[in-house]
Write a protein that binds this ligand. Structure first.
Ligand code: UD1
Length: 331
């Protein structure tokens, strides 16, 4: 399939592009490079620089003719979404509507969409399956849920077949070491730990050590980005084969605590990694992890690289490409 990967220069998108290429598909990247980076581009893959907020730009891209698309162009910082919902409305929701209208106009009726575990809000039970109530507790999660609903309508009204892929906590880097772009100002746990290990940050603040969990710190389901990437390929291939839309959770099904992630990072990096427990972060559930039984059944997908050691070591290897004091210069 010829696949337009919107947001293909970003962290997850670059891994999706690699997975598509390895499976014999032809990805073309569409990205405005606001957080995506040229250095993330897979060799030989074309980049169209454009913005989903400009209907004419995304329209021109789709008009070139694609069999399918992957949509990963979104803002994803939970805290920011609560402070600046306007940005999330325009980019995540309006931007997606521009994409869907352009896709439909060009007859591209297969789409894999990056959704999130944030659509569920605080778990009322774990492991979380697809039937779990969707009550997002932040505006970021709301935008993703709203888009899932719009996708449902475009399926009914326009025959657009989609895969809503609800990622749990994406982490890790290409185990082959071919994708090297780091996110700027990371907000997520593992990159923050890596920045402390690299000497770029003084300490990790552990958001709460008094939760009702095995060691008092929060438990999450970290899933390797290359495993996530494979799910996009399998989802598009299934849509092509069956003509059916689907919504699936993508998690490793293993809950890892903040303290456990930190301990593995100390061992793998050999660095002390200063850490200090501070107060709880608003809106953090104690434990959140998935069952991916439906992804297994529908896609034949399994997380095979999502053990903590692979998550940490594949990430640490990328940080090794950046000088100890050359953080900004190297980027
Ligand atoms: C959230 C979303 C997730 C989304 C992700 C994107 C929810 C329920 N989850 O995940 O769907 O894909 O953001 O960014 O909305 N932590 C620390 N110190 C830090 C940073 C994090 O202790 O400096 C802890 C957090 O309290 C949490 C864990 O590490 O327990 C992971 O946090 P984070 O990486 O921010 O992701 P989530 O908030 O779990």
């Amino acid at each position: 399939m010829k696949v337009l990967v919107i947001g293909g220069a970003g962290y997850i998108g670059s891994h999706v592009v690699k997975a598509l290429r390895r499976a014999g598909h032809e990805p073309v990247v569409f990205d405005n490079l606001s957080s995506g980076q040229r250095r993330n581009l897979f060799p030989g893959v074309e980049l169209i620089v454009g913005d989903i907020q400009k209907p004419e730009e995304i329209g021109a891209a789709f008009a070139r003719g694609f069999d399918a698309a992957v949509h990963l162009a979104a803002f994803k910082a939970v805290g920011e979404s609560m402070a600046e919902p306007e940005k999330y409305s325009v980019n995540n929701i309006s931007g997606t509507i521009n994409i869907l209208n352009a896709a439909v106009a060009a007859g591209c009726l297969r789409l894999a969409f990056s959704s999130t575990a944030a659509v569920f809000g605080s778990p009322t039970y774990v492991p979380i399956d697809e039937a779990h109530p969707t009550v997002p507790e932040n505006y970021y999660g709301f935008t993703k849920l709203e888009i899932e609903r719009i996708l449902g309508w475009y399926d009914r009204l326009k025959g657009l077949k989609y895969a809503a892929l609800r990622y749990f906590n994406a982490a890790g880097y290409d185990p082959d070491g071919e994708i090297l772009g780091l996110e700027r100002n990371p907000q997520n746990l593992l990159p923050i730990i890596m920045e402390v290990a690299s000497g770029w940050r003084d300490e990790l603040q552990i958001f709460g050590d008094d939760y009702d969990t095995r060691d008092g710190t929060c438990i999450r389901d970290y899933v390797h980005v290359s495993d996530l990437a494979d799910a996009h390929v399998k989802a598009l291939e299934r849509i092509e084969r069956t003509g059916e839309s689907l919504t699936v959770n993508l998690g490793s099904e293993r809950g890892i605590s903040v303290a456990e992630m930190l301990a593995v990072a100390r061992r793998v990096t050999g660095r002390p990694i200063q850490a200090r427990a501070v107060g709880r972060r608003a809106g953090d559930p104690a434990a959140c992890y998935a069952t991916s039984a439906r992804a297994r059944e529908l896609l034949g997908w399994e997380a095979t690289r999502s053990d903590v050691d692979t998550l940490v070591s594949s990430t640490w290897r990328v940080y090794g490409h950046y000088g100890p004091d050359g953080k900004e210069a190297a980027r």
